[in-house]
Every structure is written in structure tokens, then in C-alpha cells.
Design a protein around this ligand. Structure first.
Ligand code: 5RP
Length: 223
């Protein structure tokens, strides 16, 4: 918890007056969003796009001015959490089911920072199940195709019911294990009709901020 908090707070130091922010989703992003709330209260002129309905509610509670993604022509900085990341900055996201909006916002942003506690930094991603967002229509056929690739797909459930994303779709979690050929999996999964997006983010952040027991560690992506 403490590691997440310091990572979230550190990331807020990159926020500048006048920015349009992309606000991530999850328990680490929570601490960053609280900091954004403080910056707004202190008079900083900020606007933000939320990557999920839960982030939108939190931002409203904190009086952070929100804009819709379709109303703006830029996002200056997106700050979000991550489920697993390797040293090539390839990551799995979507543990909270918000991967589709998170990817749209990150892709649109000029700069992306990911924040995490240190257990998220791994040699090879793939131990964490890879979430993909699928259209409800035809999802059974999508799952069969994923089984043919031996991805061990399971449909995500919450409280006994199928989990529904903010976009009205389903999440299928792929239990791939290690080692994971990132590009091969990306191409195979995205090639299946009915798959809307994967939680695989390939080298798409500028820096990561890792909370550790001895403070924050910042790793720049120089690619
Ligand atoms: C939600 C996400 C989150 O960013 C990811 O699951 C990390 O969450 P947390 O900071 O709670 O560990 O991708 O879809």
C-alpha cells in the first residue's frame, strides 16, 4: 500500500499547469488521482480524461474538471497503473477490466507514466493472466479460437455473473504462463474477429515509477 502511495505521489510531480491529463484506473492510480485533486484545489489549471467509470467518480468527488475523450485534441500526460512489466517496457494491464479505455487514452497521450509497487517488475510477463476485451456477440466462438491457440481462456466473472466492462463488453483472461512471445500473442489474439482489444501494452510508456521500501525508483524508457 505504501509503495503504491509513494509511486502515485511521485508521478504527480510531473504534472504542469495547463495540462490535460489521462487518469488511470486502480489502487495505485488512486493515490495519483488524490494528488491531482490537491493540485486542482491549490489552483492549478488542469483538465482530465478518466479511463473508467470508477476513476470518473473519484475525480468528480475531488472536483477535478473532467472532459470527454471525444471533446479534446490532445492529452499531455497519462498516468496509470500496471499489472506486470518487463525490462523492455512490455506490460500487461487490465486487471481492473479497464484496458480498452486505458489503451485509447495512453495511445492518444503525448507522454505515459506507469506507476507500481516493485512486485510488478518482472523478467518475463505472462504469469499475470492477460485480459482481453471481447464483444458479447459471438464470444463463445472467440473463446474456442483462443483454446485452439492453447491460451487457456476463462471468461471473467464477478459475484457469480459475467463481468461487464464500462463499454458493455466481456473480459476473457488468458492464462499463458512463461515465457511469453509478446508479438506472437498480440498478433494471434488481435487477429480473432470479436476481440476488441488486448491488455498487452508493447513498449508504450516513457517512464515507470516504482515504489519500493526505500523510496521511489524512476526508470526512463530511452527507446
Ligand atoms: C485496470 C488496470 C490497472 O492499472 C492495473 O490492474 C493495476 O492496478 P493496481 O494499481 O490496483 O494494482 O490496468 O484495468
Amino acid at each position: 500500500m505504501e509503495q503504491k502511495r509513494i509511486a502515485g505521489q511521485k508521478a504527480a510531480e510531473y504534472i504542469r499547469d495547463g495540462m490535460i491529463l489521462g487518469l488511470g484506473t486502480g489502487s495505485t492510480a488512486y493515490y495519483m488521482i488524490k494528488e491531482v485533486g490537491k493540485l486542482v484545489q491549490s489552483g492549478m489549471n488542469l483538465k482530465a480524461v478518466a479511463t473508467s467509470k470508477s476513476t470518473e467518480s473519484l475525480a468528480k468527488e475531488l472536483y477535478i474538471p473532467l472532459v470527454q475523450i471525444d471533446e479534446i485534441n490532445r492529452i499531455d500526460l497519462c498516468i496509470d497503473g500496471v499489472d506486470e512489466i518487463d525490462k523492455h517496457f512490455n506490460a500487461i494491464k487490465g486487471g481492473g477490466g479497464a484496458l480498452f479505455r486505458e489503451k485509447i487514452v495512453a495511445d492518444f497521450a503525448d507522454e505515459v507514466i506507469w506507476i507500481m509497487h516493485e512486485s510488478k517488475l518482472v523478467d518475463n510477463i505472462g504469469a499475470f493472466p492477460l485480459p482481453i476485451e471481447v464483444l458479447p456477440y459471438g464470444h463463445t466462438q472467440v473463446i474456442e479460437k483462443l483454446k485452439e491457440y492453447s491460451f487457456s481462456p476463462t471468461i471473467r466473472r464477478k459475484g457469480g455473473n459475467i463481468f461487464i466492462t464500462d463499454n458493455g463488453n466481456y473480459i476473457v483472461d488468458l492464462h499463458i504462463g512463461k515465457p511469453m512471445d509478446v508479438n506472437d500473442i498480440y498478433n494471434k489474439v488481435n487477429g480473432i474477429i470479436g476481440v476488441l482489444e488486448t491488455g498487452l501494452f508493447i513498449n508504450s510508456c516513457k517512464r515507470i515509477i516504482v515504489g519500493t521500501d526505500s523510496g521511489t525508483k524512476i526508470i526512463e524508457n530511452c527507446d
